[in-house]
Design a protein around this ligand. Sequence first.
Ligand code: SF4
Length: 417
Amino acid sequence: MELYIHIPFCMRKCRYCDFLSGSYEIEIRKKYTEALINELLFYATKCADEKVDSVFIGGGTPTFLETELMKQILTVVSSRFNLSDNVEYSIECNPGTANQSAMDMYYEMGINRVSIGLQSANEDELQMLGRIHDLKAFLRTFEYARRAGFDNINVDIMTGLPKQTPMKLRNTLNTVTMLRPEHISAYDLIIEPGTQFYDLYNDELTKRQQGEKNLKSLPDEDMELELTRITENFLSSKGYIKYEVSNFARQGFSSRHNIGYWDRVPYIGVGIGAASLFNETRWSNDRDIYSYINRLNKPGSAVALCDDPKIATLKNRLRNEAPWEIDKDIIPESADIKHLSRKAAMEEFFFLGLRKVKGVRRSDFENYFDTTVDAIYGNVIRKLQIEDLLTEKMGVIALTERGMDISNLVFSEFLLD
Ligand code: SF4
């Protein structure tokens, strides 16, 4: 299984950001850490028999959390969970929020992969995005990570920015690849409601959706496609292999956590808003930090239970429960709980699996669902092949380059009534 830990703290909100994050007082950060540890302890008991193959600490800005608080979280992860010998253990980091001693501590505590959010190497773009850092801060952070011993580093960049030109994108790609990170994620900017960017660019977004060209700030569809091609070609020329719609890696460094997500490996998410998938049940934690803290820090919560001398009895009780019965103390009634139907699981198999460049295996579908792909999706797959959006070789179905460009449209074809 995989473990995701959400740290919702940031120094300030970026102008395009709709992630569950914000700037909170130190007292809230402390209480949140306590609540998070309670939730981790609960799942450590519940998942005592599960091997954890990957851990991802995301946010927010996990490296904005005080190192003492982070150390408590990392101690629980390493001492209470059954981590695989070759676990992939990642932390997200924003430039300017981790110094050398913090990086050293993460490394010593077992983290073996750092994901750094650069977004752009151009100072004007960083300011326009509302990032807290400049390029120098990124370069320092990268250096700290290497010096600490990290030999698996991801750098996040963004394409489709307002007024982004091919030259600016090439500058970002060039700056990043000169450092030789093992992995690069290149995400398209998505303008989400509730962000400053939405207020600024919503009108243009509507025009772009209506097919208008030569927009004032946002790249139109043709320019977006050009920026995507520049990214793919540039990274390919530097030895990065595209393995998913937005992800590129040097040989052997694809993110196992990401791949697990697209392969529908069971995962547990802790922290506000964190999503989980287990036994074909999906649920998400409450998104409100205050109710999350109140719920998990109340007496009798997991920490109190796990410190109980009768812990062995408790473990036995939990193991004997029907798997993944929803525990109302930990997963609130307000949580968004969805038991996936067989059809929904089949849809997910294709939505998520086809994001991978290598595609999905017919035999995996057939073994899991005990029916043939053709019985469910034969007509859809034939239609998409004729439209040059899907290809099939030796029982492996994958998106074509054209299919990648309009992947969301392709995925919608796999919806079952
Ligand atoms: S650093 Fe990341 S999570 Fe924090 S505000 Fe910026 S985009 Fe959002």
